[in-house]
Design a protein around this ligand. Structure first.
Ligand code: SF4
Length: 429
């Protein structure tokens, strides 16, 4: 028997898949991640269900394996994750080839159902599917923010923090297995601890993790701007192994649009927050996510957003066009009346402005000596990242092959050339 786990969606989903892999491994079953399917495999598809394109990809992947099952190429097909959580009532009838459906929280059951063993007391553990020197670290699940456009709270339920003790134990285990870089994630990092400790504990958590020997880089993702835990900024400034990097989705800057989005923050508060962050954490690189085409965004509101991008000069930025999601506040209260053409045009204006900013900021790094971690070797270059580059979403550094370098090790490099989303470097003498 071999179990092949397929992960769709975000890094939070990836961790769930890694835990499933570990449970099978601990039960003595060969478990692989996203291998080409082999005859007789048991396939587990971990789905994403928060937005149109992601839902479509999940459905198509399930159908692909349903066909493989009908052709006798795989033995069994199990589905888990956000799509099956969200559409638990409809999917079984639509795709009867699936042996069993699990949601976002009951997937531990998969192993006991397949192997008829109980794993009630299974330890929180996982197989690392990312390169062995870096791993995602999920500190909480769920979200209480209910932004107007977002279906995630409907899928993941209330915000639930993991205890500091549990997270520390996991990090110590992963360090002992060679992980040096931890990308800290949740749906809403800012609220960490509020539910469990009655107060925001992100700063205390990160300070504690930074004390663990062997933790080389801690990087923060998915912060929320309203009620932001300002004390984390001092930890970021003070601790060398906490990356001067913060991923914080702002979505928009116009007051009316922010209000329609139910983001609980104003344009002025956003400007003040960014100013304070940059003042208290020298060298801070901000990654943000913006949305165009939300109902109520006229030409003036969009131009305000475009000016904001040019003025704020985010080091890293992603942007998306609004996509109406069923059962969300926006779907119930607003008409999605901005055409796709207008949305795409606004998106390309934002991304064009950002590309120039990214190039200017990267060119300013030419001649600097910067520490990188080596992720992989390619024909002409080693590929690495700085503390300001999160895996898979941010720029990479291409390092000339003057010396033999070790994957997963840190080196100082000198930046020689800059492109908008890439740097060329050589090993510092
Ligand atoms: S904070 Fe993020 S996950 Fe939560 S509702 Fe808003 S967009 Fe969705």
């Amino acid at each position: 028997m071999r179990v092949n786990v397929i992960t769709l969606g975000c890094s939070k989903n990836l961790i769930d898949s890694e835990r499933v892999l570990k449970l099978f491994e601990d039960a003595g079953i060969e478990a692989v991640h996203e291998a080409p399917h082999a005859n007789g495999d048991i396939v587990v598809v971990n789905t994403c269900g928060f937005i149109g394109d992601a839902k479509e990809e999940s459905i198509n992947t399930i159908l692909e394996y349903a066909e493989a099952k009908n052709d006798g190429l795989i033995d069994a097909l199990y589905v888990m994750g956000c799509l099956s959580q969200r559409y638990a009532d409809d999917l079984p009838a639509e795709i009867p080839e699936v042996d069993k459906w699990y949601g976002k929280f009951d997937w531990l059951q998969i192993v006991s159902d397949i192997l008829s063993v109980s794993n009630e007391n299974a330890k929180y553990d996982r197989v690392i599917t990312t390169p062995p020197h870096h791993a995602y670290l999920k500190i909480a699940e769920g979200c209480n923010r209910f932004c107007a456009f977002c279906a995630i709270p409907i899928i993941t339920g209330r915000f639930t923090s993991r205890s500091i003790e549990d997270i520390v134990e996991e990090v110590k285990t992963l360090v002992s297995r060679g992980v040096k870089e931890f990308n800290i994630i949740a749906q809403d990092l800012s609220s960490y601890g509020l539910d469990l400790y009655g107060e925001m504990k992100l700063a205390e958590l990160v300070d504690t993790l930074a004390d663990i020997p062997g933790v080389k880089w801690l990087r923060l993702h998915y912060a929320y701007p309203s009620q932001f835990p300002m004390d984390i900024l001092d930890v970021m400034a003070r601790r060398d192994n906490v990356c001067k990097y913060l991923d914080i989705a702002l979505q928009h800057i116009n007051d009316k649009v922010l209000d329609n989005m139910r983001r609980h923050i104003t344009s002025q508060e956003t400007h003040e927050l960014i100013g304070e962050m940059r003042r208290r954490v020298p060298g801070l690189h901000l990654r943000t996510t913006l949305m165009v085409g939300f109902p109520g965004e006229g030409e003036d509101e969009f131009n305000e957003l475009l000016e904001f991008v040019k003025e704020a000069k985010f080091e890293r930025m992603g942007a998306f066009a609004y996509c109406e999601e069923d059962d969300t506040y926006a779907a119930r209260h607003f008409e999605d009346n901005i055409t796709d053409d207008v949305k795409q045009d606004r998106l390309s204006q934002i991304m064009a402005a950002q590309e120039q900013i990214a190039l200017d900021l990267n060119e300013a790094k030419i001649g600097q000596t910067i520490e990188v971690i080596i992720d992989r070797e390619e024909e002409d270059y080693y590929v690495g990242r700085t503390q300001w580059d999160s895996p898979e979403v941010d720029p990479e550094v291409l390092i000339e092959k003057d010396y033999e370098l070790e994957i997963g090790e840190f080196y100082d490099v000198v930046i020689k050339l800059a492109m908008p989303f890439e740097l060329i470097a050589k090993i510092a003498d």
